[in-house]
Design a binder for this molecule. Structure first.
Ligand SMILES: NC(=O)c1ccc[n+]([C@@H]2O[C@H](COP(=O)([O-])OP(=O)(O)OC[C@H]3O[C@@H](n4cnc5c(N)ncnc54)[C@H](OP(=O)(O)O)[C@@H]3O)[C@@H](O)[C@H]2O)c1
Length: 235
């Protein structure tokens, strides 16, 4: 079960090709689809393209996401709206399409939505991002219960700070440089995420300190938790 063929979908053809070459060397079949998920009908186009290639998806990982760093009113409204669209609307569209196409089938299917430890409390200066991630966590847990007697298992992934390309477009370079040494690698997060998905965990929080942070945020009054995250992200 661990060795799966994959279909990678994103906008950057060159990065998709590089990753496909790397993964193919492990002996799996890797397909790539260049798509901008912000386009209205991209969710149906993507699944139709998969079907056209004679393939089907039994594990969907909704991972595309973005964030913007800065005071809410100082950032362009359009940036906030695009973040909300990608992190929430696109994920909902993809999840809906996946469930419609797979519910009732004989084989087990898995849906993994990448939320964040930011799902657990408001995060000043990343307010919209944290709110979209809270939505993802609640959404995932809600549909998980709705689907509990079906062949589809739903999990939410809540990573903490992880080495990736996330920080540059989010204008968080300084924070990235300061905290790089405390970050998990994308590979270790992906391994834990995949194991947790196959074990049908409701919520997967990679790393001891991220688990501790999420647990502490749940136990702390929200005003205090907001102050604490506001101090951490003051830049
Ligand atoms: N890094 C962290 O510290 C951290 C912590 C918690 C949660 N997360 C979450 O983890 C997920 C992955 O982020 P990451 O850290 O790996 O950042 P990343 O390196 O920026 O990856 C984002 C991915 O989303 C794809 N993407 C973005 N916009 C897209 C669009 N319109 N259409 C199709 N694909 C699109 C990007 O590919 P293209 O640009 O080629 O389209 C890229 O593959 C996100 O949901 C993020 O919120 C990250």
């Amino acid at each position: 079960m661990r060795k799966q063929n994959v279909i990678l979908a994103a906008r950057s053809q060159n990065l998709l090709s590089e990753l496909a070459t790397e993964l193919s060397a492990t002996g799996i079949d890797v397909q790539t689809i260049v798509i901008d998920l912000l386009n209205d009908s991209s969710h149906t186009e993507l699944f139709n393209e998969v079907e056209k290639r004679g393939l089907s998806v039994n594990i969907l990982i909704n991972n595309a996401g973005m964030g913007n760093y800065g005071k809410f009113y100082k950032l362009p409204l359009e940036d906030h709206l695009i973040t909300m669209r990608l992190n929430n609307e696109v994920m909902v569209r993809m999840a809906h399409e996946f469930i419609i196409r797979n519910k009732g089938k004989e084989h087990r299917c898995y849906l993994l939505n990448t939320a964040s430890t930011a799902s657990y409390q408001p995060v000043p200066k990343m307010t919209i991002y944290a709110a979209t991630k809270a939505f993802m966590l609640f959404f995932s847990q809600g549909i998980r219960f709705e689907l509990r007697k079906s062949n589809i298992s739903v999990s939410a992934l809540c990573p903490g700070p992880t080495e990736s390309q996330f920080f540059e477009p989010a204008k968080m370079d300084e924070i990235w440089h300061k905290n790089k040494k405390y970050m998990m690698t994308a590979e270790s997060v992906a391994r834990i995420a995949f194991d947790g998905t196959l074990k049908r965990k409701a919520v997967i929080i990679p790393g001891f300190f991220n688990k501790l942070g999420a647990f502490a945020a749940k136990l702390t009054p929200q005003t205090l938790a907001t102050q604490a995250s506001g101090m951490l992200f003051k830049g």
